[in-house]
Write a protein that binds this ligand. Structure first.
Ligand code: ZN
Ligand code: CU
Length: 483
């Protein structure tokens, strides 16, 4: 009789396509799914009775800053405990490669670490390191525009790049894409990139397009100018001729609450003529570096880390200012370099964006923050538990699709994102009745409830609340073979 490595029996299968759940057995042989269905006559080295539990394709975290995490914590508990099996790194214009740097890089690059981490002159060097010291999860790498800018322009970033600098960035990007990058990301919102005109981005996006890559953007403005920014994103996608993905879509600031009706309609209209996608995290608060000039009295801010004042981690910034007897902006200046959580979105907008059929789920988790935004540990179970099961704003099947087949299609991840014979055995076993985020703004690193086991490339990486130590992950390239 034919023998497999693993059979999960009597599972409720969410196959990733959005199709209604059904009862099935899933057999795994080596790193692939061997069969799906009623497999009563099959035997396996390990038989697992999943009665009452659900199986889904391993979740694809569409938006991460895990470039360094893959090296510093190769079995990342914050990912495995959520059922995440593939991460898209290098977002928001920030990628760890290609850039060698002797001094601390300007924010937001320092979200990934101080100068000791900026040691990869090429994506090839970074990819080789991952090959030698593989992580537990699979990864795809975007190449950051801000990283390229610092490489070509040093610290002189408060201006447009010259023609010669654009040519240097184009050459670096071309090499990075040949060595494993899947596209270009930008963080036009941030000071080191905000002076880059649209034309500079188009010139780089053209290089990505020629390599079959994609364009992913933390847009210039997610507040009052959010619709101008969407128009700019669509223009970049159109002029360079490549798919564009809007990162962590949101409408920032009370004066923009409710505008997701208009932004989603605008994205929908754009999608009629070009490829445009978006990702979202399931919280009404944002998190990034602390930017004192962008603070507003009507947006509460929590400190997530501070180099000179680590004792203020987890505190609200107005309380810190009161304690110090200084204005809030001065307190912010004193905390630098630092990170923050900004309570600046409308819950109704968050729900509307999550419910939109085009949105993928991406955590945007910041794994090196001392007191991180809870999205790092809670995103996927929160969408499944809170938004799908409790609030019902999406069906559980559709929530799974947003974490699996949809990102697989958007990023060109071949043979992943659905449970079917022949696909890679990236799987998550969970309890659909209890799965739920546990991380909060006060206790942000609580592992989620209800994720029972996680497999990557057929190997168990998370079981009984702990990483197994297996490291079967690999760097994935953008592939043609779609489900
Ligand atoms: Zn961002
Ligand atoms: Cu981000």
């Amino acid at each position: 009789m034919f023998r497999c490595d693993l059979i999960i029996r009597n599972a409720t299968l969410f196959d990733g396509t959005g199709a209604p759940r059904l009862q099935a057995d899933i057999a795994v042989r080596g790193e692939r799914i061997e069969a799906v269905g009623e497999l009563g006559d099959m035997a396996a080295a390990r038989e697992l009775d999943a009665t009452g539990l659900a199986v889904a394709p391993g979740f694809i975290d569409a938006h991460t800053h895990d470039d360094r995490l893959l090296l510093s914590e190769p079995c990342p508990r914050c990912k495995l405990s959520q059922g995440v099996t593939t991460v898209i790194a290098g977002n928001c214009g920030v990628s760890l490669a290609p850039l060698r740097r002797a001094r601390r890089p300007p924010p937001p690059l320092d979200l990934l670490g101080d100068e000791s981490w900026w040691r990869f002159a090429s994506v090839g060097e970074y990819a080789d390191t991952l090959d030698r010291e593989p992580p537990a999860v699979n990864a795809m790498l975007l190449v950051g525009h801000t990283t390229l800018r610092v490489g070509a322009m040093g610290d002189d970033l408060d201006r447009a790049a010259t023609d010669a600098e654009i040519a240097a960035m184009q050459a670096a990007l071309k090499a990075a894409l040949a060595e494993g990058g899947i596209g270009l990301s930008t963080g036009l919102y941030y000071p080191p990139a905000i002076k880059a005109p649209t034309e500079e981005v188009v010139a780089l996006a053209e290089v990505a397009a020629a390599a079959g890559g994609i364009y992913v953007t933390h847009m210039r403005d997610e507040g009052r100018g959010v619709q101008d920014s969407i128009a700019e994103t669509l223009r970049i996608g159109r002029e360079a001729g490549l798919p564009a993905i809007i990162s962590h879509h949101k409408c920032v600031g009370p004066e923009n609450f409710g505008r997701s009706r208009a932004t989603l309609a605008q994205i929908e209209a754009g999608a009629a003529g070009q490829h445009v996608g978006l990702d979202v995290y399931p919280y009404a608060a944002a998190s990034t570096v602390l930017l004192p000039k962008r603070l507003r009295p009507d947006i509460p801010v929590m400190v997530t880390w501070s180099v000179p004042h680590p004792e203020m981690t987890g505190r609200m910034i107005d309380a810190v200012a009161r304690e110090w007897g200084v204005p809030v902006t001065e307190a912010a200046e004193r905390l630098l370099p630092a990170g923050a959580i900004y309570f600046q979105m409308d819950e109704a907008d968050v729900q509307r964006i999550i419910a939109h059929p085009r949105s993928m789920i991406g955590s945007d988790g910041l794994p090196h923050d001392a007191h991180p935004h809870p999205r790092l540990w809670g995103t996927f179970p929160r969408v499944l538990g809170h938004y799908a099961r409790e609030l019902g704003i999406v069906a559980m099947e559709d929530a799974v699709r947003k974490m699996t087949s949809l990102p697989a299609a958007e990023f060109g991840i071949a043979d992943r994102g659905t449970v079917r014979p022949g696909a890679y055995a990236d799987l998550v076993l969970f309890d659909a009745a209890t799965v739920k985020d546990s991380a909060t703004f006060e206790r942000p690193t609580e592992p989620a409830a209800g994720i029972v086991e996680t497999w990557v490339n057929g190997r168990s990486v998370w079981r009984d609340g702990a990483a197994t130590g297996e490291r079967p992950g690999r760097l994935l390239r953008r592939g043609a073979g779609q489900d």
